[in-house]
Design a protein around this ligand. Structure first.
Ligand code: DX5
Ligand code: ZN
Length: 224
């Protein structure tokens, strides 16, 4: 399954916000495939990260596609600002929007791809009936709220389940994993059927450059 060509989506939660443009350029030059920008509102999760202005910085600074992971309690109010800031894909949480049809339609009407994230306690069954209305499901492998937490690999069972459902239905819905992806576990994510792996602290950390980090992730995939 590694040959499917897993995409790597850096998250900037552990990046140096004093040198954001420089770090964004470095990760793009290092071969990142897209940006995964984590928005937290202090309600859905305790922390607050950033708003649409930071998404605009990425839009101006790099040519990579941008997905915005909305860890917010009221996603309906946030779709337009992030779409206008340049996000190609908006991902909101099923836990914040258990009746998501209107939000999915609003996302599509804004010209963005539609993603739904499921936290560890939410089963695949919650999104199974929606797979035909989505471009992506994001499977959280940690509790949302902060970067640098260890992955719970047993949650990859959800990826296998989704892969089977998507295959059986003949859909093109992509599967993303988010949380704790590192060089030592990225290959098991790919083998489970993942299309996109978010990598935060694996890419932005004190011991490596983004180029070294992304090369290490790709090497781990190639040798799997
Ligand atoms: C957590 C975020 C993730 C995460 C990624 O709430 O959604 O994107 O911080 O960072 P790492 O890869 O360090 O878990
Ligand atoms: Zn995220």
């Amino acid at each position: 399954m590694a040959s499917r060509g897993l995409l790597i989506a850096p998250s900037i939660l552990t990046a140096d916000f004093g040198h954001l443009e420089e770090q964004a350029r470095a990760a793009e030059a290092a071969g990142a495939d897209l940006w995964h920008l984590d928005v937290m509102d202090g309600h859905f999760v305790p922390a607050i990260t950033f708003g649409a202005a930071i998404v605009e910085v990425f839009r101006r600074t790099t040519a990579l596609p941008i997905e915005v992971h909305l860890m917010v309690a009221n996603p309906a109010a946030q779709l337009r600002p992030f779409a206008e800031a340049g996000a190609q894909r908006l991902i909101f949480h099923h836990e914040a929007a258990p009746e998501p049809h209107a939000l999915l339609e609003a996302t599509r009407a804004l010209g963005c791809e539609r993603g739904i994230a499921i936290s560890p306690g939410t089963p695949v069954a919650a999104v199974a009936p929606l797979l035909g209305e989505l471009e992506q499901v994001t499977v959280m492998l940690i509790e949302p709220g902060r970067g640098g937490q260890p992955m719970m690999p047993e949650l990859l069972e959800k990826v296998r389940e989704l892969r089977a459902l998507i295959g059986a239905a003949g859909l093109a819905t992509r599967i993303e994993v988010d949380g704790g992806v590192k060089a030592h576990n990225v290959a098991i994510c790919a083998a489970a059927g993942t299309d996109i792996a978010v990598a935060g602290s694996a890419v932005f950390n004190a011991s490596q450059t983004p180029a070294e980090a992304i090369a290490e992730l790709r090497a781990a995939l190639a040798s799997a």
